[in-house]
Each structure stands twice: as structure tokens, then as C-alpha cells.
Design a protein around this ligand. Sequence first.
Ligand code: ATP
Length: 442
Amino acid sequence: MAKILIIEDDLTFSQILEGFLKKHGHEPLAINEVKKSFQILEKQSFDLLLVDYRLPDGTGLDVLAHLREKGSLQPIIIMTSFNDVRTAVKSIQLSAFDYITKPVNPEELLMIINNALGKKESESTTNTVEHTDAIKGKSAIADKLYEHINLVAPTDMSVIIQGESGTGKEYAARALHMQSKRKNKPFIAIDCGALSKDLAASELFGHAKGAFTGALNDKKGQFEIANGGTLFLDEVGNLSYEVQVKLLRALQERTIQPVGSTKTIKVDVRIIAATNDDLKTSVSNGAFREDLYHRLNEFKIHLPALRDRGKDLELFISHFIKLSNIDLQRNVLNVSSPAKELLLQYDWPGNLRELKNVIKRMVLLTPNDTAEVDSLPEEMIVAIKQAPKPSGSDLKAINEVNEKALIIETLIKVKYNKSKAAKLLNIDRKTLYSKIERYEIE
Ligand SMILES: Nc1ncnc2c1ncn2[C@@H]1O[C@H](COP(=O)(O)OP(=O)(O)OP(=O)(O)O)[C@@H](O)[C@H]1O
């Protein structure tokens, strides 16, 4: 049984949710405004929050940001009626547990709630690495990615992993750890986006009893806990300037000083940092220290967006179907052609995480062995229809998409040697340069 706070302004729907959750043994409390949630959360704690995106006095993201600012890590599920998964992706970046689109499918909701509650329990008890369900992919981009991972993993170099939300940055970090000599030591992942400004230093470096109000005992920081192993700093760009200074010192001197303490502690930790953007803007506008950036950026790994991974998409679809069949005790063996077409057409702004969720939902809603279009989320179908993508008959646009993909594949194949790429593509260098610029290929 879990205590669940529902924040939803549609009263009928809210009542339905309350009844449904009670029926499944939970203890829900429903309110309808952001402001009220702040008051209630001061006084009571909940195992999970189920929050509507659009509320009369703000959005679900305000609730999420408020909680994370306070240092609370409860899972939050955002419910959104807007045909835009980007809102949901943003909430995941702000470390919501998951999102669900309205109209809410009860079975899907229950599955997400159980996952969230299950994840919370396992997180508090173990930090072990589970990496058996990863696949590599077969595209040229995947080859390049794993070439880089294999190259840098055995070293002690700090690595920045850059990629859009959900591209698998944490997975890649775990792969680096598991292929290093540190693999039998801890891998500790810290979501810097979820750390409040006040508590970040204490979380990373620990604190001494009495260092601040509420510091009732000495507390070990994650650096010390990860000693000998790897510390994964997710969304590193969110660390405050003061914490960045401390982090730099820790990396340079290989020692840390707990907040409010005079003692220094020797630590041997490898840092892997992840970021959605390339941090260069934050460096140039002074929000991220340049010296820290260079210290972290001993090696950079770029994780491709799913939409740029070509044939890997099909491999991931089959892989996630297999995993979901096991998880949900289903037996989905095929995806109908129209459904497959949609899965391949969609541009996956939430990348692998979104694909995994969509496939899990698809499998859940498929009682027999073939998944059909109606098991796919409506908003995904709407997004495909609305996307300014080449329609089936727009030959010029289709050619352009194909041309861009071919140029990227070729550049990767020849390790970005533009003369070689031009030769293989049978065009001159100048034409290649102008196409690279036109298609905004990095
Ligand atoms: N190579 C892989 N094989 C199988 N599943 C993967 C792989 N990489 C990522 N995933 C799945 O995709 C989901 C997202 O991965 P992950 O959390 O590593 O992404 P992320 O880039 O760190 O996300 P965020 O930016 O939101 O922190 C995970 O649930 C994981 O199960």
C-alpha cells in the first residue's frame, strides 16, 4: 500500500482516480492546486505523486521543481493531455519518474505506479549495476559509439557523455564502469538536476554533525561512498557555481572536505558526467566554470538521438518487445505493418526511454501475438501526422532526408575525413561542405 498524492483539477477524473487507487490497495489524497500541494507537502510525506500537467495556478512541473529544490526524491508521474511528448520529456529531465498521457489507460497507469514504487525500493537498498539488457545496435553510428566506449573505458580518464534526454547516457556510463578495473567497486549515479542548491555539497562531499540546521550526525558524501569506483554526475550543468568550485578542487587534489569539517579525506573516484547540451553555452555565459569543463572533458562521448540511428531503431523495437513480454507475461511476436510504419516514422524526441515506454504500453495492450495501431499512443500518431516531414509523395523532401542520412553514414565510415567522404559519395569537396552546412551536420 502506498500513500499517493493526486494533484488534478478535473474533479470527476480525480474522483475516478481516487476510487481506482483505493481499489488497488493504495491510500490516495486528491487536491486540485499547486499552492495546496506545497502546503500539504510541508506537513505530510507521500510515496508517490500523480500530478496533472496543467493546473489552475501553475503546472505539474512547478510541483516537481519545488520538491526537487527541497531535496525530496519521491517519484512523480506527470499526467498530460497535451499532444506533445516534449513536455513529458522536459519533466523527465527535471527527474519526474515517468509520464502518462490522457486519456489515462488504467492498466498502463497501474504498471507505471508499480514500476515507480518498485524502483524506489530497489534504489534505496542497492546500487548494483544491472547491465544485461543492453544492446549495441548495428548502425555505423553505434559502431563508432562502442569503439569510443571500448577505447576509454579501461582508462581513468574523466568522460563527458553528451546526448539528448533518454539516449542512454546512464547506460553508457555503466558500460564504461563495467569495462574498467573499477567494476567491482561502486557505481554511484547522482542526478545533479534533482539536488537542491543547499544540499548538493553535503550530498557529494558529506557533512559534519552540526554543520547546518538539520545536520544531526556526521554524514558520508557520495564521493567517499564511491571510493575506488565511479561517480556518474547526471545533468552536471545544474550544479551551482559554489559546488563546481568544490568539485574542481576534489578532482585536482583527490581529496574532499565534508561541509562544516576541517578534516580532508583522500578519495580515488573516476568521474563520468552527463549533459544534454554541449555545456559550451554555459561556459561562455559563465554559468559553468571553464576549468572544470576541461577537467571533466578529458574525453567526450556523443550519444546519438534515436532518430539518427537508422536501422538500430528496429533492433531496439524487437529488444524492448522481448523485455516487455517477459515483464508483463505477454506473447507479442509481431507488429502489424501499419503499426510498424508508425513506429519507424516517428521522430522519438524522448529517444530510447520514450521508445521503451511506448513498446511496453503496446505490449500491455496487446492480448494476442500481433500488436496493432490502436495499441500505440494517440498523441504519437497525431505528432507523426503534424510533423513537417516529407509526405509520401514529396519526392524532393524524401530525397533530402535520404541524402542527409547517407552523408552522415559516410562521414562516420571515413572517420570524418571529408576528402574521402566526397570521393565515396562521388561529389566534390565544395559540394560536400555546402551540403554539410545546409543539413546542419555537426
Ligand atoms: N543500449 C541500450 N540497450 C537497451 N536499453 C537501453 C540502452 N540504452 C538505454 N536504454 C534504455 O533507455 C532508457 C533511457 O536510458 P538512460 O536513462 O541511460 O538515458 P539518459 O540519456 O541517461 O536519460 P536522461 O537524459 O533522461 O537522464 C533506460 O530505461 C534504458 O532502459
